[in-house]
Design a protein around this ligand. Sequence first.
Ligand code: ZN
Ligand code: ZN
Length: 138
Amino acid sequence: MIAAMNGQCLCGGVTWSTSAGLRDVWECHCRRCTRVTGNYMAATAAPTDQLEIAGDSLAWFAPDDDRNVAYGFCNRCGSSLFFRSGTVDGTNEITSICAGSIVGPSGLRTSAIWFTDDAADHVRIDESIPTFATQPEL
Ligand SMILES: [Zn+2]
Ligand SMILES: [Zn+2]
């Protein structure tokens, strides 16, 4: 049995939990993730239908240039929390979860780094982790 994992935003207005095993963490350095997170995305993921999200301050932002993706954040404290591609209504299969929202040690490791070509010049890419210039085929 996999222990339940949970997380929250900075103010606690949004919380999440899942009993599904969390995926390893992937970093994304694309321009969108850089802007929305304030540096870069580091996200685990869980099946959407096994992810419980609670709280009334969760909001979703879909970029103007791509309405098929959305970032979930707390509209009170501003914490980045989730990412979905497809639709934001929960019908998509996977929800990416910002790793910094996890409460307590996760036991996860970072296993892939995406969009290294777009990484800000102050960022040091860990070359011991598989890197991809853009988005890998999965
Ligand atoms: Zn918050
Ligand atoms: Zn990205």
